[in-house]
Design a binder for this molecule. Structure first.
Ligand SMILES: CC(C)(COP(=O)(O)OP(=O)(O)OC[C@H]1O[C@@H](n2cnc3c(N)ncnc32)[C@H](O)[C@@H]1OP(=O)(O)O)[C@@H](O)C(=O)NCCC(=O)NCCS
Length: 336
């Protein structure tokens, strides 16, 4: 049977560290408020002068993952790029990354699932691989949020949450009788909540798409109904985890580690408690990176592997909820 396995991982965050205390020079906030509500202590942002896009961060993470796999860029059959913060409005960063890797005809597609981009990306790659359309896939997830948030007091509820970074995985199809690789996935969306977390300007439904008035109103910044997102996350994440357990035939006790999207430490602690899991079974690193959206789960996976919390044979559930709303989970058994 054809199975999609995670061959290698890579992560990259820009070197500039922005602490909660640093944020107080631009907005009325405090280290205490941010830590208590979110768990975040610091995040990485690209240089203030800009000039770095999501594909640049993804390139650095990709170099690491390719080296670990022993692939060259030419071995890749398909690039899937997940981001909500593309370098330019279009074309998407999949094509930009492809070019930066020295390729000139490898297909590249972009998915826009925000915080569940990695999960939708894994499920898409798995479908490509199992159907025989591709066998070696680079799934790149990267975000540059720091240039797209309102760092004045008006935008503080959103601005304190987000960090820049990239996480990638190399995926390969193998023929095996063993239950390894991606064993189950569950994807969901509910567009009813589309405006609970969004950036509106410059969108096609506005004419003109951008104007001084729209900018004055701040409609080019992200807006978020944090309480709704929080409530939906706490409600959906246990259900979607049970769904992949059921699909795979595994039980809760079989899972070595849950790697949730890193949106808020409190959301993930609620998840751990409602699933009655011991603390060490749920991975957190939001303290150091903030919310890096599509990149957060692959960055966390890369760290968990580096810390030897998981390895060959470990069963892992990746899960998350974010803008869309979209929520999803993927259950995979790692191979060495
Ligand atoms: C954003 C979030 C931390 C806010 O926490 P909350 O408990 O809902 O806080 P509220 O929005 O009710 O704000 C409480 C107060 O803090 C203030 N506040 C908001 N952001 C602040 C900040 N960065 N620093 C200081 N005060 C802040 C508010 O203005 C409000 O003040 P008021 O009571 O005088 O009106 C929380 O809702 C959350 O994490 N939601 C999920 C968001 C998420 O996961 N988003 C990403 C999806 S991928």
């Amino acid at each position: 049977m054809k199975r999609t396995v995670i061959k290698s991982t890579g992560r990259y965050v820009p070197p500039r560290v922005v602490t909660n205390h640093d944020l107080t020079q631009w907005m009325d906030t405090s280290d205490e408020w941010i830590r208590q509500r979110t768990g975040i202590e610091q995040r990485h942002w690209i240089p203030e002068e800009g000039g770095v896009g999501s594909s640049d961060l993804a390139l650095e993470a990709t170099k690491i993952a390719l080296e670990r796999t022993g692939w060259t860029a030419k071995d890749i059959d398909l690039i899937i790029f997940a981001t909500l913060s593309p370098d330019i409005f279009f074309p998407g960063p999949g094509c930009l990354l492809q070019h930066k890797l020295g390729l000139n005809s490898t297909p590249a597609l972009d998915i826009r699932q925000q915080c569940t981009g990695f999960l939708y990306g894994l499920a898409t790659a798995d479908a490509y691989i199992r159907s025989g359309l591709a066998n070696k896939i680079l799934l790149a997830c990267a975000e540059v949020h720091s240039t797209g948030i309102d760092i004045s007091t008006r935008g503080r509820d959103v601005a304190v949450l987000f960090g820049d970074g990239a996480g990638v995985v190399c995926l390969e199809g193998i023929e095996t009788d063993k239950d390894v690789g991606i064993l189950a996935s569950a994807l969901h969306a509910n567009g009813e909540f589309a405006e609970s977390l969004m950036i509106e300007v410059g969108a096609s439904r506005l004419n003109p798409r951008i104007s001084e008035e729209l900018i004055k109103e701040g409609r080019h910044w992200p807006v978020m109904d944090g309480k709704t997102i929080f409530k939906e996350a706490v409600r959906s994440l246990p259900n979607v985890s049970q769904e992949v357990l059921q699909k795979s035939g595994l039980s809760l006790e079989d899972i070595d580690l849950f790697i949730p999207h890193q949106a808020n430490l409190r959301i993930n602690q609620f998840f751990q408690q409602s699933m009655k899991l011991p603390e060490e079974k749920v991975f957190h690193n939001i303290q150091r990176y903030g919310n890096t959206t599509a990149a957060s789960i692959p960055i966390a996976l890369d760290e968990a592997l580096e810390m030897n919390i998981i390895g060959d044979g470990s069963a892992v559930i990746f899960l998350g909820l974010g803008a869309g709303l979209t929520w999803a989970a993927v259950l995979a058994r790692l191979v060495g």
